[in-house]
Ligand binder design. Structure first.
Ligand code: GLN
Length: 228
């Protein structure tokens, strides 16, 4: 915890989990790439700091920040009450929601249809929380990577996957025989996280985001990476 409003480091250490296309993924050159990374690089330029990316498991990100090893989390992270106790969030930069992936022609049409099913999720995500806390009698299978949850569905190990809309779309595009069930759940807001009390860095990121929205950089990156 930073009691003095924190500071803006010369090198901003950004934690992510590069298993969440199009927000973060490993590109053909083996580099961590994606919308969040592009935005953070632009933020770094505007703030005048270098950006160093650390790729780790999604569920380790908040703990790593709490131990002081990360300045920023950029990971398509949804703002939740629980996480707000552990980190501070910037302004939200994207609205998302949880989608269901099922095999083509599957029977899920409403959230009630999920009752009692085996649901594959990425560990520690809001999809995990939803499947665990809000679906009655669910059997939740937790994977380190969203793509592994999808593979489990494909081979019949689970009935559905619950995962954020954009990666869900990408995974369904990349795999035959799957389909999406949309709009069963509420909207979520993505934001970047900073260490609790690091107001200086949070404000600097918010200012940079606002500048990027005003000068068109933000929309350009949305088009380039998310395609809408
Ligand atoms: N938005 C989801 C969450 O915050 C998933 C993020 C992710 O897997 N990178 O839990």
């Amino acid at each position: 915890e930073t009691a003095d409003g924190g500071e803006i480091p010369d090198t901003i250490v950004v934690g992510t989990n590069a298993e969440f296309p199009p927000f973060e993924y490993v590109n053909d050159d083996g580099d961590v790439d994606g919308f969040d990374m592009a935005v953070m690089k632009e933020v770094g330029k505007k703030i005048g700091s270098d950006v160093e990316i650390k790729n780790m498991e999604f569920k380790s990100l908040i703990g790593s920040m709490e131990s002081g090893n990360l300045d920023v989390i950029a990971a398509g992270m949804t703002v939740t009450k629980e996480r707000e106790r552990q980190v501070d969030f910037t302004d939200s930069y994207y609205t998302a929601k949880q989608y269901v992936i099922q095999k083509e022609g599957g029977s899920i049409k409403s959230a009630d249809d999920l009752e009692g099913l085996t649901i594959a999720v990425q560990e520690g995500t809001t999809g995990d929380l939803l499947a665990t806390d809000e679906i009655k009698d669910s059997n939740v299978k937790r994977f380190k990577k969203g793509v592994d949850a999808v593979m489990d569905l494909k081979k019949g190990g689970s009935d559905v996957v619950i995962i954020d809309a954009n990666p869900a779309q990408e995974f369904v595009k990349a795999n035959k025989g799957l389909e999406l069930v949309k709009d069963l759940f509420d909207d979520e807001s993505y934001a970047f996280a900073v260490q609790k009390g690091n107001t200086k860095l949070k404000d600097a990121i918010n200012d940079a985001l606002k500048e990027m929205k005003d000068d068109g950089t933000f929309d350009k990156l949305v088009k380039e990476y998310i395609g809408q």
